[in-house]
Design a binder for this molecule. Sequence first.
Ligand SMILES: C[S@@+](CC[C@H](N)C(=O)[O-])C[C@H]1O[C@@H](n2cnc3c(N)ncnc32)[C@H](O)[C@@H]1O
Length: 300
Amino acid sequence: MGERFLHRPALLEEVIELLDPAPGKIIVDATIGGGGHAEEILRRISPGGLLVGIDRDKESLEIAHQRLRSLEGQFKLINKNFRNLREIILDLEIRGIDGILFDLGISSIQMETKERGFSIKNTGPLDMRMDRNQYLTAKVLVDTLTEEELSCLIRDFGEERFHRRVARGIVEARKRSQIQTTDELAIVISKNIPYSSRRRKIHPATRTFQALRIKVNDELSALEEVLNETPELLKKGGRLCVISFHSLEDRIAKNVLKEFRAKGVFDILTKKPLRAKDEEVSGNPRVRSAKLRAAIKKQD
Ligand SMILES: C[S@@+](CC[C@H](N)C(=O)[O-])C[C@H]1O[C@@H](n2cnc3c(N)ncnc32)[C@H](O)[C@@H]1O
């Protein structure tokens, strides 16, 4: 694992405090990525604990495995979509989980590997798949969606004000020649965002890239489905932590937690979502948008 991959996991201290890993506990890291949170959790649940680490990205899982090798025997790694969490737990014959962590989106490893096509700044193919075995890529969307479909996608999953102009720009550009790379796409998008509406620190293509990534990976429905299953998987007193990186994910987490609180299933541990402190943001600007929400399954 290269130096460049070793970012500190997002909101690590806050996650540890809220998830409360302790010796003997069973914790699911549903988005293990490079294994940053998992490593700290594993240290705290041993002896006797078990960490189940899930990622739909095989390459990330291999990196996590390398990182956690010295703790072999205390974790199980599963290469699946977390939307299958119930089956995963059933297959492992686990009854009652003490904590579940979702650290959503993509990792810095994925972002910094240009061949994965997630990055606006590094030229790469229009890919954006977390699971490289699936058919749908960003290129398929960019090549085949109609202008109307692109516009709705960029509006709904990117919350981009200029969705119509961006969609039209993409369709016009692809008539001239196929859009092949992330930077070609970023240029087309940027040309269609007025200068006066650009924000200094945020690339004008960010929202459209987010929209394509969410669609390619069907991120929002997987999240909603799995969060709705968490109460039946957690023990009483079990804890759920969700770190989101944009408002669409955060809204889902907020609403599901609120619904379960209203039904008397969860107590919410974070009245307002926790944000990264300035020191953390200055070391890793990506956490600027991170929000952490947590809940605990109520005792009878
Ligand atoms: C932000 S990273 C996690 C980083 C990790 N917490 C760490 O400390 O290294 C998110 C990871 O979740 C994975 N992921 C996202 N959605 C997923 C899903 N529906 N099922 C399984 N894994 C998913 C991504 O492939 C990525 O590796």
